[in-house]
Design a protein around this ligand. Structure first.
Ligand SMILES: *[C@@H]1O[C@H](CO)[C@@H](O)[C@H](O)[C@H]1NC(C)=O
Ligand SMILES: *[C@@H]1O[C@H](CO)[C@@H](O)[C@H](O)[C@H]1NC(C)=O
Ligand SMILES: *[C@@H]1O[C@H](CO)[C@@H](O)[C@H](O)[C@H]1NC(C)=O
Ligand SMILES: *[C@@H]1O[C@H](CO)[C@@H](O)[C@H](O)[C@H]1NC(C)=O
Length: 441
């Protein structure tokens, strides 16, 4: 009996934490594009996400479907391919000016053309090279993500460029999330930053799954391999204040720790293939401390390719974020080593890590994006705003149709004193819907 009460109390506590965090989730600002789909995909009751088609956003390309259409996530079942050899295969996306975005492009080949020949091609962001997409590297979905501050044109151009005859570019999904200005503020606004890895160390993959998720910006924290000299340890997320870059609590709830105090944690980070070297790498490390024993200390030394870059002394139930900017790396892999000082009694520990490389410069001169870097394209320069038919009329700055008044439905979990409110907003044109979910205590 007593045990039952404790379990109920614990459940209530967990729910309260969950309520506090769910209130912050703001996915009505996320933009999800299911490339190659003929119909808009309304929110399902699981993810509450609205997936637009791409038909108003590009004038070229042909829709195709994977067979069988059983891919998870669903947006990987359709794609748009660009067989046109003119090679100007651009999306023109209406965006808010001077806003930092997380932009993620998804690719799943799935032998849609029955040629068993996954292509390689280039991806451009506002006329500058973002990355090379080699779809034969992994069989599953491939994501390329960048953090990028939009220019003043009101549009962002995303272009797929053929690099080899016969290799037909395609794209399966585009996701964009506006980020608050203090998120990733160490990443300079005049450059694109290309995600190399975002790893949850000690735990499973964490991403937005449904409205209970505490990943608020649609980031994917992949499961990190545990080095053989390390163990996974539970850690407590510090909920007393908002941590820099707002890593989800589920990511901070576990860490990896070296088994022996004198043994460093060594992690290797692979840079994307075909990246020219050297590169400038930006590291973000997330630390968490659970050891409260008096007399114990933990001061971690952070090395990149054997060079000491920073130190951090952990504190009990306090998360710390360390950003190391603009480290020149020779590639194709970076050795990240976390050692401890001689005085430390506890071994190195870490909860999560993000690594970006700095992409092209978008420095503004006389109000125009400079031509730096465009020459490398050798004649394949995709024009800005290739698509002339796109209109922002009747759309908000994110390109969504404007919303009209909402209809609410309420579920009550009376026994726990919690109400779940489903707010359904009707879009005025085409009967489109978006769903927001709020929880009140
Ligand atoms: C959600 O985002 C929109 C657009 O940025 C903003 O106006 C609104 O205040 C946000 N809502 C919450 C709850 O943060
Ligand atoms: C793509 O990746 C595969 C497998 O790693 C490799 O064999 C191939 O050379 C790559 N293609 C290009 C064009 O880099
Ligand atoms: C990374 O570590 C490996 C193994 O210790 C070593 O062989 C390699 O030279 C290191 N690379 C760099 C760039 O330090
Ligand atoms: C970005 O470029 C502009 C124009 O050259 C410059 O004034 C500004 O300081 C730069 N911003 C950063 C963060 O470097």
């Amino acid at each position: 009996m007593k045990k039952k009460i404790w379990i109920s109390l614990l459940l209530l506590l967990v729910l309260r934490v969950f309520v506090a965090y769910s209130l912050d989730l703001n996915f009505s600002t996320w933009w999800n594009i299911d490339c190659g789909n003929d119909v808009v995909r309304p929110p399902d009751l699981e993810k509450f996400l609205y997936w637009d088609t791409d038909e108003d956003l590009t004038q070229s390309g042909i829709n195709a479907r994977i067979n069988p259409t059983t891919q998870v996530p669903k947006e990987m079942n359709t794609l748009r391919f660009f067989p046109d050899e003119a090679q100007k295969n651009c999306y023109s996306l209406p965006f808010i000016n001077s806003q930092r975005y997380l932009i993620r492009a998804g690719f799943y080949y799935g032998n849609y053309d029955a040629l068993s020949s996954p292509p390689t091609f280039d991806l451009y962001l506002d006329q500058k090279k973002w990355s090379t997409i080699n779809t034969s590297i992994i069989e599953g979905s491939i994501y390329h993500e960048a953090v990028y501050v939009t220019r003043a044109s009101g549009f962002l151009s995303l272009c797929l460029v053929q690099t080899k005859e016969g290799d037909v570019p395609f794209i399966s999904s585009i996701e964009a999330v506006p980020l608050p200005s203090d998120l990733y503020f160490h990443l300079d606004t005049n450059y694109s930053f290309i995600l190399v890895t975002r790893t949850n160390l000690g735990g499973d993959e964490v991403r937005y799954v449904d409205f209970t998720s505490d990943e608020k910006y649609n980031r994917i924290w992949t499961h990190g391999e545990i080095p053989s000299n390390c163990i996974s340890v539970p850690t407590l997320p510090d909920i007393s204040f908002t941590l820099e870059n707002e890593p989800p609590n589920t990511v901070m709830s576990d860490s990896i720790q070296s088994r022996i105090a004198t043994n460093p944690i060594i992690m290797t980070v692979d840079l994307p293939p075909r990246t020219p070297y050297p590169q400038l790498a930006y590291f973000i490390f997330y630390f968490n401390e659970i050891a409260a024993l008096p007399g114990n200390t933990r001061t971690i030394l952070i090395y990149s390719d054997g060079q000491m870059k920073s130190t951090v002394t952990t504190e009990f139930i306090k998360c710390k974020v360390v950003t190391i900017k603009a480290v020149t790396v020779a590639g194709p892999t970076i050795n990240v080593t976390l050692g401890t000082t001689d005085g430390s009694t506890l071994p190195a520990i870490i909860s999560a890590m993000e690594v970006f490389i700095r992409g092209e410069s978008y420095e503004v001169a006389n109000g125009l994006v400079t031509d730096e870097g465009v020459d490398e394209l050798s004649g394949n320069v995709p024009a800005v705003n290739e698509v002339s038919g796109v209109t922002r009329e009747g759309r908000d700055a994110m390109g969504h149709n404007e919303l009209s008044a909402g209809v609410a439905s309420v579920h009550s979990l009376g026994c726990l004193g919690i109400d779940v409110v489903h707010l359904v907003s009707q879009r005025p044109h085409g009967g489109r819907q978006t769903v927001e979910c709020k929880i009140y205590n």
